[in-house]
Design a protein around this ligand. Structure first.
Ligand code: ADP
Length: 483
């Protein structure tokens, strides 16, 4: 159909091709949900860098061709490939700055700055090469914010891009692309002339993109409110408040077909809400595999996370030794900050009969932990949305989490509403806060009926994408039909 809305969805990560965190989950599932519900009126295509991991995974793809563009008198040669994810075309771009032998993130701000500044320009040039007239560009986080910015600066008088609308999703505001300045200068980006922004932000990718986006969407309503405050606004809260009419929050969903405890191959004993007894065997197997005491009555605490301060990991590592008088076992899966990795290993060495730490990234182990644990820890200092707590609830693992951002939007708190509760929320973001919330959860665990009710509440909650995808669709429609 000629009059479909053409939406180009640009992201650094797209599951299952390349995923580091929730951004990958969202970019894998949201376009597919939109296509499924609105394929008759929407042509949505995803574009991402051709990372090494995509090649290593052997994702089938086809080369479409080569194109070149100029940036600040440099000629940049790109190769364009296409793959498919749940029926959605996924374009993969390579050039000398993206370098398809590279990891998703180098962890070096200057290299990442170059990779993603260059990718952001290549996103737009790829649309031109394809001669695909984009109605709306949906960018995600700092990595692709510069595509939005370039559209309104470098390409503002380019007839090919006339009338393109833009949405910028904010998955994590503190990651603003700082360190990309040298790369941006090399590629000819100029600082924003919007003096409502603080000076530092006028040449920083995420704020630059925000100044030019038609809508900025935080990944939960709670986070949309929080980023307007000095506590969470990362220095641009005043700008966001001035433009509050462009800010909105849409809670992320999860792909319930990919995260389904009744079918998940990664777990030995599939289960459903009607058959929670089968779930216990996953826990017993894990306890045995870890040489823990195999006893279903010992609460199993779990966490699957990037090991960063954001995720409140220090509160866990400091708090657990304060709870040695209580019965529990703890399994951690995560990688990240080397100091936190070392701290976790140290704790495991001290208490090998009740603490195990897997310092790695492993999707299978993640699923086993979601399916085996009783309590899922998420003491985040801030949490734009958070998907892990949703996976945990879907797998009958009750979260203990700070009452912030998407955690407060997705978990029903035991203390305020025991009937409908799906987990435990607490206000004080500190080790003490976590320790008291955990004590309450451990006590509640003794009340088997209440616990089962909460498990059922969590497992029956609709976290599926269609509801949230519908909200994105409305945004696309409103923007595209505005003129
Ligand atoms: P964030 O995007 O801030 O990292 P989310 O909770 O939104 O947090 O998403 C994290 C995603 O990454 C989840 O799918 C989680 O299962 C996954 N994940 C995090 N760490 C690991 C790990 N070490 N191994 C496997 N999966 C992980």
């Amino acid at each position: 159909m000629a009059n479909k809305m053409n939406v180009l969805f640009a992201s650094a990560e797209v599951a299952p091709f390349a995923k580091v965190g929730g951004l990958g989950d969202v970019s894998g599932a949201l376009p597919a949900a939109l296509l499924e519900n609105h394929g008759d009126t929407l042509d949505i295509r995803v574009i991402m860098p051709f990372h090494a991991i995509v090649k290593e995974k052997g994702i089938p793809n086809k080369k479409i061709g080569d194109f070149k563009f100029e940036a600040n008198s440099q000629e940049i040669s790109c190769e364009l490939f296409v793959a498919s994810n749940a029926g959605v075309p996924v374009y993969l771009i390579d050039n000398q700055d993206i370098n398809h032998d590279s990891p998703v993130y180098h962890g070096d701000w200057r290299l990442d700055g170059l990779k993603y500044a260059s990718f952001s320009l290549a996103v737009l040039e790829a649309a031109r090469f394809l001669d695909w007239k984009v109605d709306l560009l949906h960018a995600n986080d700092w990595h692709t914010a510069l595509a939005v910015y370039a559209l309104r600066t470098r390409y503002k008088d380019d007839p090919f891009f006339a009338g393109v609308k833009t949405v910028l999703s904010i998955h994590n505001l503190p990651y603003n692309g700082w360190g990309s300045q040298e790369a941006m200068a090399a590629l000819g980006f100029v600082a924003s002339d919007d003096h409502d922004l603080p000076d530092w932000a006028r040449f920083t990718p995420l704020p630059m993109g925000i100044t030019k986006a038609d809508k900025f969407i935080a990944v939960s309503p709670g986070y949309a409110r929080e980023i307007l405050t000095s506590e969470y606004g990362c220095g641009i809260e005043n700008y966001l408040k001035l433009h509050a009419d462009k800010v909105m929050g849409i809670l992320n969903g999860i792909d319930e077909s990919v995260w389904d405890p009744t079918l998940d191959d990664a777990i030995s004993h599939n289960f459903s809400v009607e058959n929670l007894e089968a779930r216990i065997n996953n826990k017993l197997d894990l306890q045995k595999a870890l040489n823990f005491e195999a006893d279903e009555s010992i609460p199993l605490l779990t966490i699957v996370t990037r090991l960063t301060d954001q995720k409140g990991v220090p509160a866990i590592l400091e708090g657990l030794p304060q709870l040695l008088g209580e019965k529990w076992q703890f399994v951690l899966l995560g990688t990240g900050n080397p100091d936190l990795e070392a701290w976790a290993r140290h704790l495991e060495e001290q208490y090998p009969d009740r603490i195990a730490c897997f310092i790695k990234y492993d999707d299978t182990v993640a699923r086993v932990l979601y399916a085996s644990g009783d309590i899922f820890l998420m003491p985040s200092l801030y949490e734009p949305c958070g998907l892990s707590q949703m996976f945990a609830m879907r797998y009958g693992n009750l979260p203990v989490a700070t009452a912030t951002g998407g955690l407060a939007d997705s978990i029903v708190d035991y203390s305020t509403d025991p009937e409908n509760a799906t987990g435990f929320l607490y206000q004080e973001k500190s080790t003490n806060g976590l320790v008291s919330a955990l004590r309450l959860a451990l006590n509640t665990y003794q009340d088997k009926d209440q616990w089962k009710k909460m498990q059922a509440n969590g497992m029956n909650t609709d976290f599926s994408w269609p509801t949230s995808a519908e909200k994105y669709y409305q945004v696309y429609q409103n923007l595209i039909n505005k003129d």
